[in-house]
Design a protein around this ligand. Structure first.
Ligand code: PEP
Length: 267
């Protein structure tokens, strides 16, 4: 069994009419999927609208960011509890755009991961190397240290309540996806790092690939042993493309339930 998880990251795109059109275009396909959990992460102001559009469907919603603080005088911030209150199940943490454009540090990402769990959300921890780091042969070291920051903060048991997305920075929004072999190699490395802490948990943590996934390359990426789904940016804004990606993830295995989404190799 290998139920996949596919998450749409709309980034800072959309407006109410476009959101309704996009969801309307997706639902005929998404409602027929057997073995894939889909989640949509719209911009924060549209969480309530999208939540309503997805009511009574199996499609989950998620947010793209959260504050590391629980509440207080933090103008402009949005807490995990607020996101949970709006019906979010997932929240992205440490997306490379947050790290590179907004200066989020590994320590802050770790605090956000912890804050998400405290609010009952499933954090989706994004890890990935720049092209310079890859060319210098540092991919494993970079991804390892990003992961370690969160492991040090929360420990493996708590980390295993989240999802990990390997997103090489050079592949995000560039049209140049990692090859299935490159992605599998990085995923295997992450799986091995997790296994060094807790072998039984490592196989159950969903490892998503993100970076220029499209309708053409999705099936081959998702066929890799350690790729449990995808985090999809640009292609998630097009109903036909995102539908095709979700169909490529649909292995036709067991019906999705809250208990069997992630358990690739249940104990
Ligand atoms: C992303 O933003 O997480 C992402 C993977 O973007 P894209 O699919 O556009 O590369």
């Amino acid at each position: 069994m290998n139920n996949k998880l596919v998450i749409a990251n709309w980034k800072m795109h959309g407006h109410q009419a476009a959101n309704a059109r996009l969801i309307g275009g997706l639902l005929p396909t998404l409602e027929r999927l057997d073995s894939v959990q889909v989640a949509i992460c719209p911009p924060t102001p549209y969480l309530a609208q999208v939540s309503e559009l997805l009511a009574d469907t199996a499609v989950a919603i998620g947010a793209q960011n959260l504050s590391e603080r629980a509440q207080g005088a933090y103008t402009g911030e949005v807490s995990g509890q607020m996101l949970a209150d709006l019906g979010c199940r997932y929240v992205l943490v440490g997306h490379s755009e947050r790290r590179s454009l907004f200066g989020e540090t590994d320590a802050q990402v770790a605090m956000k991961f912890e804050a998400a769990l405290a609010a009952g959300l499933t954090p989706v921890l994004c890890l990935g190397e720049s092209i310079h780091q890859r060319r210098a042969g540092n991919t494993n070291a970079v991804v390892g240290s990003q992961l370690k920051a969160v492991l040090d903060q929360v420990g493996i048991e708590q980390l295993a309540k989240g999802v990990i997305a390997y997103e090489p920075v050079w592949a995000i929004g560039t049209g140049a996806s990692a090859s299935p072999e490159q992605a599998q190699q990085a995923h295997l490395h992450i799986r091995q790092l997790l296994a060094a802490h807790a072998p039984a948990l490592a196989s159950r943590i969903a490892l998503l690939y993100g970076g220029s996934v499209n309708a053409t390359n999705a099936a081959e990426l998702f066929a890799q042993h350690d790729i449990d789904g995808g985090l999809i940016g640009g292609a998630s804004l097009d109903a036909a493309c995102f539908s095709a990606i979700c169909q490529a993830a649909d292995t036709g295995a067991l019906p999705v339930s809250a208990d069997n989404i992630y358990n690739k190799d249940p104990a």
